[in-house]
Design a protein around this ligand. Sequence first.
Ligand SMILES: [Zn+2]
Length: 415
Amino acid sequence: MTEPAALQPIDPAVIQEMVGELARFGAWGETGVNRLVYTPEWVAAQDHVAGWCTEAGLEVERDAVGNVWGWLRGRKPGPAIVTGSHIDSQKPGGRFDGALGVAAAVAAVRAVRERHGTPRRTVGVVSLCEEEASRFARTNFWGSRAATGTIAPTEADRMRAIDGPTMAEIMRDVGLDPERIPEAARDDIGAFIELHIEQGPLLEAAGLPVGVVETITGYRQYWIDLRGAANHAGTTPMDLRRDPMAGAAEIVSGVIDTAHRMGRPAVTTVGRMTVEPNGRAVVPERVGFTVDARHPEPEALATLLARHEGRWAEVAARRGLGLAVRVDSDRPPCPCDPALVETLAAAAAEAGVPTMRMTSGAVHDAMQFASVCPVAMLFVRSRGGVSHSPDEDTSAEDAAAGVETLARALARLAS
Ligand SMILES: [Zn+2]
C-alpha cells in the first residue's frame, strides 16, 4: 500500500453529483425524496447503485431481499470490512438520509482501489434495502436484519404495508422470493462502518464537519392504553369521572418532564394519540398514545424507563383507570467498537478533518450489524440539524470530509 498523504483528495463535486443522481429516483418537490422499499423508484435506485459499483471496479452481488453489495476482493481470504447505509426514505424525506452513506461507501471504496490497488482484506459496499419503517409501520431494518439473519421465518407473511399488502406479496412483485430470505444472512462480515448525516444540531453547534460516534442510543417504544368511563361532558361532575384524558395529560406531561429533569441526552417523546369516542362533548372512554424514551447509557436508560413506568402505574391506579402497556420495540444502547472508533479518529486527523466524539440519538443499521461484528459510525454535519424532511441538507465539503475520513479508515483496516 502506498502512503495515503500524497493522494488526490475526495472531490466534493463528485459526492454532490452522486447524491443528486440518487435523489432523482423518487424525487419529491425541489429537494425531497419519496422512495419506499420495493417501489419502482427504489428498484431503479438500487440498479443505479449497482452500476456505480461496477464502474468503481467492484464485484456486484444482489441478495435475497434486494440489498446490493459491491466487493473489492482482498489478497487474503477472511471476513470483509463493509461500509454502507440504506437506500429507502421517509415519505417524503431528504436526499441525504441513508443515501449519503451509500454514495460515500462507493466513493470511499473506489478511492481505496485507486489509491492502493488490491487491499489485503476484502472491502465491501452495501446499499441496504430498507431501514426507515416508512412503508411498513412496524417493520424496519429489513436489509440489515436479513443480512444478520434476524428476520423471523413467518415475518414476511405477517407484516403488512401501511397500504395493505404483505411484505411477501410486495417482494414477489419485484421478483424476490420471500422463501429465500434466510439466504441473505451472511457470515463474511468482519466489521461494519456506516457514514450517515447527523440528523441533529450538535456538529453544527460545535462548528465541526464530522463526528465519530461512540454509542448508538438505546430506546424503548410503548403504546399506552388508558380506559375510563365515557359520559356526558356537561352533566358528569368532575369528582365522579373516570377520565382517561385527564390521566393521559398527567402521564404525558410527567414523562416529558422526567426526561427534561434528567437532562441531555435523555429524550422522551409522545408523538401519537388516539381518543375514543373523540367527541367534543364526551368524556372519553379510552385514550391511547405512544411513548418513545431514549438514552445511550444503560443505567440511565433503565432509570428513565423505570420512572416512566412508575408514572403511568401510579396515575392509572389513583384515577381508577384501566391500563394496558404494550412494548413495541426495545433495544439496549449499542456501543461502537473502541478500536474502530480510534481508527476513524486517526483517519480523520490524518486527513486534517476536525471531529468530535458523540452519541447517536437516532437508531441505525449499524446497530443490527453489532450482533455479528464490530461496528462504528461517522456522522456528517446536517444544516440546521434538520432530517426526515425534504429540507435536509449537508454541504458538499462536509460530505467529502466524511468520505475522505472513511476512505482512509478503510485503507488502514484493509492493509
Ligand atoms: Zn437513515
